[in-house]
Design a protein around this ligand. Structure first.
Ligand code: HEM
Length: 226
């Protein structure tokens, strides 16, 4: 009877092709909520409170994409998926796009460009204050998410982009504060973000990476022995 090989089959696709594939999936996946919203708007499927529906349907993808952009490093630590690194930027930028649309719909369609009322809402309502700071932090990050800024800012670029964590925390607090009865999603996201933070703690991270490398080594040895 032929021995069963424990060797991993060689991937038929190069790293570049795999990354290209993940990038296409990221772009398509990130644009789906926008296209869907557009279709529902033109087919009168947003319900009676269509402005509110549009606010909710841009806020939700914004926070999801923001959390997904923060999942890239933990996924690398946990599974060694370093190939996903370049997806952080498009995910972060799409999060910003949805957040900007969210705020624009709020200011233009909900408040009819009444700036005084908008400012009062942001100052007086806690959910809006927190949301405002979340998007305010995202702005310089989106502007500097290019190679030129990376070169110009040097080491400071990394420190600046660490603020994305605070932006995500504020986005989730905003989500919790505006939720009236359904807290499942915001608390699930808060849990996921906490998990990401724990994984990134240096000793925890080192332990996970060492464990993963040891297992890979053992698997290689077992494959050689087979
Ligand atoms: C000045 C900034 C912001 C304002 C004024 C604002 C305003 C609002 C309003 C009015 C709602 C709907 C409340 C309701 O009718 O139930 C909402 C919901 C929401 N916003 Fe914001 N928002 C801001 C920033 C952000 C940012 C930066 C994010 C994410 C990155 C975000 C994510 C969300 C989410 C996830 C929801 C709930 C969506 C759902 O329930 O499906 N918002 N926001």
């Amino acid at each position: 009877m032929a021995a069963i090989s424990t060797k991993k089959p060689a991937n038929r696709f190069s790293k570049k092709q795999q990354l290209q594939f993940y990038k296409v999936i990221t772009h398509i996946g990130s644009l789906i909520p926008l296209v869907w919203l557009y279709i529902d708007y033109y087919t009168y499927n947003l319900g009676v409170e269509e402005v509110n529906a549009a606010i909710l349907r841009t806020g939700f993808p914004a926070v999801i994409l923001l959390v997904l952009s923060l999942a890239i490093t933990p996924l690398n630590i946990l599974f060694g998926w370093s190939i996903l690194g370049p997806l952080r930027k498009p995910l972060g930028l799409y999060a910003f796009l949805y957040a900007a649309l969210h705020l624009t719909i709020f200011v233009v369609l909900d408040f009819g460009l009444e700036w005084g009322a908008v400012v009062t809402e942001i100052i007086e309502r806690r959910y809006a204050t927190v949301g405002f700071f979340s998007i305010l932090i995202m702005l310089p990050l989106a502007i500097t998410s290019n190679k030129w800024s990376m070169r110009k800012l040097g080491k400071r670029w990394k420190s600046l982009h660490r603020w994305v964590y605070l932006s995500a925390i504020l986005a989730i607090v905003h989500y919790i504060l505006q939720a009236r009865n359904d807290y499942n999603w915001p608390f699930a996201l808060a849990g996921i973000l906490t998990f990401f933070f724990i994984i990134r703690i240096e000793p925890v991270k080192n332990k996970i990476v060492a464990f993963r490398k040891e297992r890979a080594k053992q698997r290689k040895l077992a494959a050689k022995g087979a």
